[in-house]
Write a protein that binds this ligand. Sequence first.
Ligand code: DX5
Ligand code: ZN
Length: 227
Amino acid sequence: MKKRSTKSTPSIKIAPSILAGNFGYLADEAKRIEASGADYLHVDVMDGHFVPNITIGPQVVSAINRATDMFLDVHLMIYNPFDYVERFVEAGADMLTIHFEATEEVDEVLNYIRRCNIKAGLAFCPETSMSMIPKYLDRCDQILLMTVHPGFGGQAFMSEVLEKVKFTRETCDTLKIPMDIEVDGGLDERTTAECYRAGANVIVAGTYLFHEPDMALGVKKLRNANN
Ligand code: DX5
Ligand code: ZN
């Protein structure tokens, strides 16, 4: 087995995105994700303003939460995230990731999420300068680097984001911060391996895992993609 390139890299986590599931059977899809041996259940919340798509809200997150004991990794692609933190916490989110581009109160929202005793994540769109990232490394539990433009599943991986992943991991190593670095969009075995090599350790995958007839095998393949 190959050694991971950095000692401080936290453990690999696989996060299937329920966005690629069958919305007529969300509880069953949540149970399928749980049975696959994945680590997180990734939920994509979109408001039709920050991104040109509308998906699900707190009520549906709550239904997913009732169907499974999994860690809910909730990705908020919405403006004014501050106004919705409480509702998603009540719905059962274990981590709330907000977008850097969606609010002028990034610090306040991250602090508020942490005060609610859940984990706080900060996401960056592909075109956002990586110079914005270091300032927030001690203010959140996870950095999410989008590897597609947020809004839709099934898009092609943007390899230019690998540079941002590498920069973030190197900066965390220099500062001795054992950060979870999540990547999201266009991930399959090949692109996951590239993300591991750049320093990511949390892999969100929708299309790839839901198209794999045996999701557990898909999860295993992504977990071992770097071996
Ligand atoms: C895109 C979402 C992703 C998406 C990933 O805005 O944040 O989580 O569902 O889907 P795939 O794996 O299909 O690219
Ligand atoms: Zn997502």
